[in-house]
Every structure is written in structure tokens, then in C-alpha cells.
Design a protein around this ligand. Structure first.
Ligand code: 2AL
Length: 164
């Protein structure tokens, strides 16, 4: 999509154009309301600024749209295809790594009560597992902040890609 097109869309269409970035309606709405953007940098800066205000409830909303790392993502929708692409490194993971990730996900969910979230793009399966194991040692507050930071990274990557 071109930025000038996005600036001129109806509010509903502009909202729909950002829906795949993150499942947080308030963020989508605020991004639409801040149009027109003078540049892509300005758009990304606003996305980043708004994402830094997210809290626990935003995380809960957003996680519904993120499959577990290593889980086969089915579905033809745009989010499913984005997740498949972001997590493509896991397709090269051997059986031992896949099993370790499965167990790590279980341990993480038992410890923190939600799905382990990490910006997968640019990371190997091994790196994601190492991060999972490190983060299992976090206290609740630290882990919530790390997860929100990861969610912001995923969202901004998706946002940038929407406009390239
Ligand atoms: C994901 C996902 O779908 N894309 C990404 O970068 N991370 N999921 C996850 N549980 O971390």
C-alpha cells in the first residue's frame, strides 16, 4: 500500500488495512485518527509511540492472534500467512529442537499463564528456545514488559511491511 492511499482511505478501510498488524482495536483506531502522515517515518514513529503505552489488557487481546512458536499455523488469512513467514526458521528445526520448544511452551504457559511471545523474524529456532529458557527465570513484571516489547517489535515490522 502507498502512504498517500492510506491517508485517503475511509476510516473503516484504514482500520481494516492495519488489522493484521496487531489485534488491539485501540491502537488501530489511534493510528487511523492520527492521519494524515507526512512520511513513513512519521507513521512508524506514531505506531511505536502508541505501542509503548500498552499494558496487560492489551497483551491479552493481542495474544489471541499469535500462534505458539513451532505450532503448525493453518488458515488462509493474512495473519496466519504472516505468522508462518515470521516463524519459518522453525521449519528447519530438527526433531529434538521441536520437542524442546513444545516442552518449553508448556513450561512457560504453566509459569506465566499465557502463550510465549517473541519476535520470530530474524531469529533461529535455537535462539528462540534460548530466549524462552532465559525468560522463564524472569519475575512476572519483567516478563510482562519483555513480552510487550516483543509485541511492539512484531507490530512495527508488520506495519513497515504493509507499506513496502
Ligand atoms: C509469533 C508470531 O506469530 N510471529 C512472531 O514473530 N511471533 N508468535 C509467538 N508466539 O511468538
Amino acid at each position: 500500500m502507498e502512504l498517500t492511499t492510506f491517508n485517503q482511505l475511509s476510516a473503516d478501510d484504514a482500520h481494516a488495512a492495519l488489522a493484521h498488524c496487531v489485534a488491539i482495536p485501540a491502537w488501530q483506531q489511534a493510528m487511523v485518527a492520527a492521519r494524515p502522515y507526512a512520511s513513513l517515518d512519521a507513521l512508524v514513529a506514531e505506531g511505536d509511540r502508541l505501542a509503548r503505552q500498552w499494558q496487560r489488557e492489551d497483551l491479552r487481546l493481542a495474544l489471541s492472534a499469535h500462534p505458539r512458536i513451532g505450532e503448525r499455523v493453518s488458515g488462509a488469512g493474512r495473519e496466519a500467512s504472516l505468522s508462518r513467514n515470521e516463524q519459518s526458521a522453525m521449519q528447519q528445526a530438527d526433531e529434538a529442537l521441536q520437542q524442546a520448544m513444545l516442552q518449553g511452551n508448556r513450561d512457560y504457559e504453566a509459569r506465566f499463564g499465557r502463550v510465549f511471545l517473541i519476535r520470530a523474524k530474524g531469529r533461529s529456532g535455537k535462539e528462540m528456545l534460548a530466549e524462552l529458557e532465559r525468560r522463564l527465570g524472569n519475575d512476572d513484571q519483567t516478563e510482562q514488559q519483555e513480552t510487550l516489547d516483543q509485541l511492539r517489535e512484531i507490530t512495527l515490522l508488520r506495519l513497515k511491511e504493509s507499506f513496502s
